[in-house]
Design a protein around this ligand. Structure first.
Ligand code: C2G
Length: 126
């Protein structure tokens, strides 16, 4: 059972997120998503349209997601990787290099971001 872990806000879930989650899941058998809490979003200076509970419900409906856990700070990743026995840590390549320090614990992979889609773009276009 190859376990994959990733983190994010995943607000107003769109096909860019789904394309990411699909490829992340394809790296193994079980995908854990650390979903940014509303409080952590404030630290990330990110306003989200949906609350954590709403974003969690939507994410749990995604066929590629097996478990959603709260992401409440920047520092929890190492403990999470150990606690959930993750074999792979994966993020979109806008984060390329930022989490290489985790490579002593698991594989660290960055996947190409899906171009021309973001929650901000959706808000502006609407
Ligand atoms: N993503 C993507 N393509 C897009 C938009 C997002 O591949 N068009 C990916 C991002 O690279 C990220 C994931 O989808 O890996 C979630 O995106 P966000 O919710 O924007 O994540 P972010 O706010 O960057 O939070 O500790 C890590 C942070 O919580 C990451």
């Amino acid at each position: 059972m190859k376990r994959i872990i990733t983190y994010g806000t995943f607000d107003v879930l769109h096909y860019g997120h789904i394309n990411f989650l699909k490829r992340a899941k394809a790296l193994g058998d079980y995908l854990i998503v650390g979903l940014s809490t509303d409080e952590f979003n404030k630290i990330k200076k990110k306003e989200s349209y949906y609350t954590y509970i709403q974003r969690k419900m939507i994410l749990e409906a995604c066929r590629y997601v097996d478990l959603v856990i709260p992401e409440s700070n920047w520092e929890q990743k190492r403990n999470d990787i150990k606690k959930y026995e993750a074999d792979v840590f994966v993020m979109g390549d806008d984060w390329r290099g930022k989490f290489d320090s985790l490579s002593d614990l698991c594989d660290v992979i960055y996947l190409k971001r899906t171009p021309d889609i973001s929650t901000t773009k959706i808000k502006l276009d609407l």
